[in-house]
Design a protein around this ligand. Structure first.
Ligand code: FES
Ligand code: FES
Length: 159
């Protein structure tokens, strides 16, 4: 039986992509296997851990639950889009490093993308979150090394 395909066009990390894709293909598989961007991590693949978090039009989504056809016409940012050869680390990444908030690093790309989304929402609303709000907003991102205190310190320092 032939698999249904759709043509999609979107930008990822500022570059335009046009492809025919299987309608059932997940965004994480497209990012990692088709585009070979391996920064987005496959963890639980069930929407529980946040390791696969990317931004779609600036909002954090779990790419393991998101069909790639749904990014048609949109803008996707992965962790690779935050820094490049001539660009230093993003402010969130720098804060994570400065606060010792990275251990094995597996959760870090997803954590960084979730923090980016949270920070831009707060900035948009001219809001400075307290630690409880920061914790609440990161509860979808699990760190198996359990470095939460330092991660929250790193987020708090952004405001
Ligand atoms: S891999 Fe997507 S939420 Fe865990
Ligand atoms: S740093 Fe190891 S999973 Fe978070």
């Amino acid at each position: 039986m032939e698999t249904a395909q759709s043509k999609i066009s979107f930008t990822i990390n500022g570059k335009k992509v046009e492809r025919r894709v299987r309608s059932s293909m997940l965004l994480i598989d497209f990012i990692r296997n088709e585009l070979k961007l391996k920064g987005t991590k496959p963890g639980c693949l069930g929407g529980e851990c946040g390791a696969c978090t990317v931004l779609v039009d600036g909002v954090a989504v779990n790419s393991c639950l998101y069909l790639v056809i749904n990014v048609d016409g949109k803008s996707v940012t992965t962790v690779e889009g935050l820094s490049g050869e001539e660009q230093s680390l993003d402010v969130v990444q720098l804060s994570m490093v400065e606060h010792g908030a990275v251990q094995c690093g597996f959760c870090t790309p997803g954590m960084v993308m979730a923090i980016k989304s949270f920070k831009s929402q707060c900035d948009h609303n001219h809001h400075t979150p307290d630690r409880e709000e920061i914790k609440k907003n990161l509860e979808g991102n699990i760190c198996r090394c359990t470095g939460y205190v330092k991660i929250i310190d790193a987020v708090e320092a952004l405001f």
